[in-house]
Design a protein around this ligand. Sequence first.
Ligand code: ATP
Ligand code: MG
Length: 181
Amino acid sequence: MFLKRIELQGFKSFADKTIIDFEDEVTGIVGPNGCGKSNVNDAIRWVLGEQSAKSLRGQSMSDVIFSGSEGRKAVNMAEVTLVFDNSKKHFDIEFDEVSITRRLFRNSGEAEYMINNTPCRLKDVTNMVMDSGLGRDSLSVISQGNIHEIVDVKPEERRPLFEEAAGVAKYKKRKHESLNK
Ligand code: ATP
Ligand code: MG
């Protein structure tokens, strides 16, 4: 699975449209404290379906929208798109390139999700992502402080990580959903 590009606009400190192209063999993002490195990581997890504002280091979900800075007004919408190489069909759709977009509007609180520019439900994104092994709880994205959590928690709290990695988590989720219908 290859993340080719991230496009951010109005997400956290990225007020202007910003494109990070990984095709030029970017292997790391470096910079001084507070320059926005972790915000890129938050953006990736946000698009992959993260629903916890706290885990995105905010109080409410609207905290991901650029809230203004010196000489710069807050904006009304955050939008992030991830573009993946899907030539190996990690995502179960026919296209060789897959983009996933998430938007959030401050005023209405409205959220939008798109796969390849076609509006879809959050569920469509999470199902597609879960099946690919890139799930929200997988180890594909590890945030600052996560390693501690993984090492320090009780075995039963560590178990979901192994279940996600082994591909069991999605079946557990589906079982849970069908039993609760
Ligand atoms: P460190 O090296 O300390 O981990 P970092 O590069 O990971 O730093 P981030 O945590 O990504 O830094 O960025 C923090 C910056 O993002 C802060 O300056 C904060 O004010 C800014 N920021 C976060 N959310 C918003 C928002 N909604 N609007 C504007 N700026 C924001
Ligand atoms: Mg950081």
